[in-house]
Design a binder for this molecule. Structure first.
Ligand SMILES: NC(=O)C1=CN([C@@H]2O[C@H](COP(=O)(O)OP(=O)(O)OC[C@H]3O[C@@H](n4cnc5c(N)ncnc54)[C@H](O)[C@@H]3O)[C@@H](O)[C@H]2O)C=CC1
Ligand SMILES: N[C@@H](CC=O)C(=O)O
Length: 796
């Protein structure tokens, strides 16, 4: 081994820190297993730091020794036990000449123990365990041909009260840096006067992250006896889910709740650093472990239970907080979301008096409740981070009748007078952590309706309890974007896209895992004709685009058949009545056994608005521009004026009622005669005066008779077959179709059950928000249709 000195900066971003706890070093077999892990993971030894705890039960034995010394009892029996177990460990782990070397050192340390114990130098006594582990492991590694040496952390780690002296510790560590693997004692350090101290419960994990920060490690790996962080205690909850990724935020909250895998202090040195943190099992080193990731979404869901807890109330905190108390007590202290003007913390009953005294020393008056509680805390996944509980969780909690409930968007805590039975706890855990499959959204169209749909999406993502809605693909007639960046404005997002390429788009969509849905918010017939290809790629369909649902019957039926074969769904509520539930009403009547005979009314929001607003004082075409601005018209408003849009809607309704019909089977009397429509929008616009004159004449004629203009559709099912038409009519003021608000649609449904008085559905039939809202309603329906258990979106 070369003795060339190195600085910690030498390792910056390269060094690895591995920490092995007492169970990982319980006996000679475990030491060999750890040495094998080190061999595999410390390929470049000069970048490798190992932090070790005392072997197996050594710390417990040393504590016993200290207790006996404090009571003035004879120490020999325990000393003999310690000597026997450590000597055996060394003999079984090492061969000569290392074995004799280490045994000689062990004898020297053991000889000092009685004096140290009797002097009450607890930290010096306890340090024996970590020192033996460090020395032994370093020699074992040497026997395996690795350049390894051990380092007593008291040589560099200086702690002032609860604060690490970072500058001093780094400076002292630099002076000790050497190439090769360094096996460092965990759990111990020194105070400002150079006396030994211990870092408290789980101190070795803390040592590892402190060292990680001091050497600016690339990664700190905590090798323990679990291979993941579980959604609950797997010993009590066999259905607990292992997570292979947990966000930093959730790890901190879990630590505050007293989760045994990672403690709040362990996490603190690496906060806001580049160092990665990984938890792995030294018993199953082939498993990849659980990454604690600063940028990860809070997708995991955890249920933790805490026994024998009390409530502590304070009016003033004088700058103290629950984490401070948790650190001081080495116990979980949970700040509950406040319900009144007091601060309420939850903590174990056994430390309540100590907490009150400690706070009093800092001028904080605290009182603790005499009631003892069994607490269950739910750390919510991002999908349900909101004020209200998801309905299934709320129902489960209601049944269990907690004495108190607290919650904020991240955390819910329920306090029970008695411990929950294993069955009840398992049910609550299942409700809180059940899989919420991810649906991949492929959104086509970023115009009027598309932009509004995307604006409403985050709200729906928050509310959708059954599924995670993931915007996977966004495309319009020019650009396509995969995995859009939610932080960007829509226009910026599209600018970053690639030119639309249907083949590449479909190939990418086919690769997406889990359920996926094409949400067609375009007016494109070409896209509608491609639905079979999207179905082939596994997509459900949601269409605001009327082209697909009004394709020629054979093509339309072929799409339905393909969907059926692949067990996929198609929702198109907004293609008639925008957000109004007209298709749903027809489907429900049909499935309940009713027979619809006639449907009639006003089906165009644009024409409804125009004919309500028009009073002859301005040109009809000027109003048309306003309707377009309001988001009512089709992308080409001549589609509305021609009556074609209403004709399509009537076809949609006919098909919903089970009629086999083509578009041209519906008689069409246009508002805008074909001769005035022009070849293009520009051509129409240039000659609009003629159309304006036509509309003025029609309006005047109706006015003179006290009538109003309405553009209506009607479809009747008779013995003779289906009769359908759309046209401009004049109605008296008493007619239900006269008494509408601008933009209202009216659907009058007559059926066997609704004969004398028809079923009427009325409301705004066009507009960005109602339409985008209707598309979200379709998406919600789809989510309800998808079997939650069929997909596994566990984070792996
Ligand atoms: N405005 C409303 O109240 C209602 C509208 N709708 C329907 O919503 C759809 C969208 O309407 P708007 O948003 O007003 O239209 P728009 O013209 O504002 O936006 C259309 C979007 O579709 C994209 N697009 C066109 N062809 C495409 C293709 N082949 N592939 C990919 N993207 C394509 C365009 O680039 C644009 O982003 C239309 O089909 C309309 O009938 C349905 C119910 C109500
Ligand atoms: N342009 C349409 C929009 C809804 O389908 C209308 O005005 O009704």
């Amino acid at each position: 081994m070369t003795t060339q000195a190195l600085t910690t900066a030498h390792w910056a971003g390269l060094a690895q820190v591995h920490k092995f706890g007492g169970t990982s070093l319980a006996d000679a077999g475990r030491f060999r297993a750890v040495a094998a892990i080190v061999q595999q993971h410390c390929a470049t030894p000069e970048q490798c730091w190992l932090v070790v705890s005392a072997p197996g039960k050594t710390t417990d034995q040393l504590c016993q020794l200290l207790d006996m010394a404090a009571r003035g009892e004879a120490l020999e029996p325990v000393l003999a036990e310690v000597q026997h177990s450590l000597t055996t460990l060394v003999q079984q782990s090492l061969t000569e000449p290392e074995q004799s070397d280490v045994l000689a050192q062990l004898q020297q340390w053991l000889a000092l123990l009685p004096e140290l114990a009797q002097a009450g130098r607890a930290a010096d006594v306890l340090a024996l365990g970590e020192s033996v582990s460090a020395l032994l492991l370093s020699r074992l590694l040497r026997q395996l041909g690795l350049a390894a040496d051990w380092l007593d952390s008291r040589q560099f780690l200086t702690v002032d009260g609860q604060q690490v002296r970072w500058d001093q510790s780094e400076q002292d560590l630099q002076a000790l840096c050497q190439p090769g693997i360094r096996v460092v004692t965990g759990f111990i350090g020194r105070d400002l006067a150079g006396n030994s101290l211990t870092l408290g419960r789980n101190g070795s994990d803390y040592s590892a992250t402190i060292l990680g920060r001091l050497v600016q490690a690339e990664q700190v790996t905590i090798w323990t006896d679990v291979d993941a962080i579980y959604s609950g205690d797997p010993r009590r909850l066999p259905a607990a889910v292992p997570y292979q990724q947990v966000s930093w935020r959730q790890a901190c909250l879990l630590a505050e709740l007293g989760n045994p895998v990672l403690h709040a202090r362990t996490l603190s040195p690496l906060h806001n650093s580049q160092t990665k943190l990984l938890v792995r099992s030294s018993f199953e080193p082939e498993r990849s472990g659980c990454h604690i990731l600063p940028d990860a979404d809070c997708l995991a869901s955890f249920v933790t239970d805490l026994h024998d807890m009390v409530l502590l109330s304070m009016h003033q905190l004088h700058g103290l907080n629950a984490s401070w108390l948790a650190n001081a007590l080495h116990q979980p202290v949970i700040a509950l979301p406040q319900s009144c003007d007091a601060h309420v913390w939850l903590l174990p009953a056994r430390v309540a008096d100590e907490a009150v005294q400690l706070l009093a020393r800092h001028q904080v008056h605290a009182v603790h409740d005499t009631s003892r509680y069994y607490a269950v805390a739910w750390l919510k996944p991002a999908q349900v981070q909101q004020a209200d509980l998801p309905a299934d969780v709320a129902a489960c909690v209601k049944r269990l009748a907690p004495a108190h409930r607290y919650q904020n968007h991240e955390l819910a805590i329920w306090l029970f007078d008695q411990e929950l039975s294993a069955v009840n706890l398992a049910q609550l855990h299942q409700c809180c952590t059940q899989p919420r499959p991810e649906i991949q959204l492929i959104v086509a169209g970023t115009g009027n309706v598309g932009a509004e749909f995307l604006r409403l999406l985050p709200g729906h993502q928050q509310r959708c309890h059954s599924h995670a809605l993931r915007l996977a693909v966004l495309f319009n007639s020019r650009q396509m974007v995969f995995e859009p960046d939610n932080g960007l404005e829509l226009a910026q997002q599209m600018q970053q896209g690639r030119p639309l390429d249907q083949k590449a788009l479909l190939a990418e969509i086919a690769q997406l895992k889990g359920p996926k849905v094409l949400i067609d918010l375009t007016p494109s017939q070409q896209l509608a004709e491609q639905y079979p290809a999207f179905i082939e790629a596994g997509c459900h369909l949601i269409s605001a685009n009327k082209q697909g649902v009004t394709l020629p019957e054979a093509e339309y039926q072929a799409i339905l058949d393909r969907l059926d074969q692949q067990q996929l769904h198609w929702y198109s509520t907004t293609t008639a009545g925008a957000g109004l539930p007209v298709q749903r009403a027809l489907q429900e009547l049909h499935s309940a056994g009713d027979q619809v005979r006639r449907i009639s009314g006003i089906f165009s929001g644009t024409l409804s608005w125009l004919l309500c607003q028009y009073d002859g004082s301005s040109a009809f075409s000027d109003l048309l521009l306003q309707a377009r601005e309001l988001g009512y018209t089709e992308p080409d408003p001549r589609e509305d004026l021609s009556g074609r849009d209403v004709q399509r809607k009537l076809l949609v309704l006919a098909r919903t009622m089970g009629c086999s019909l083509e578009l041209d089977d519906i008689a069409l009397e246009p508002l805008l005669p074909e001769s005035l429509a022009g070849d293009s929008w520009q051509a129409f616009w240039q000659q609009r005066a003629e159309f304006d004159a036509l509309m003025q004449a029609a309006w005047q004629q109706a006015q003179q008779q006290g009538l109003q203009l309405r553009y209506v559709g009607e479809l009747s099912l008779t013995e003779a077959g289906v009769q359908a038409r759309v046209r401009l009519v004049q109605v008296p003021a008493s007619d239900p179709l006269a008494a509408i608000l601008p933009c209202d649609n009216v659907f009058v449904i007559e059926s066997d059950w609704y004969q004398e008085l028809p079923l009427v559905i009325k409301g705004p039939g066009a507009g960005r928000t109602v339409t985008a809202g209707g598309v979200h309603a379709d998406l919600a329906q789809l989510c309800q249709q998808l079997p939650a258990a069929a997909y596994s979106s566990r984070l792996s």
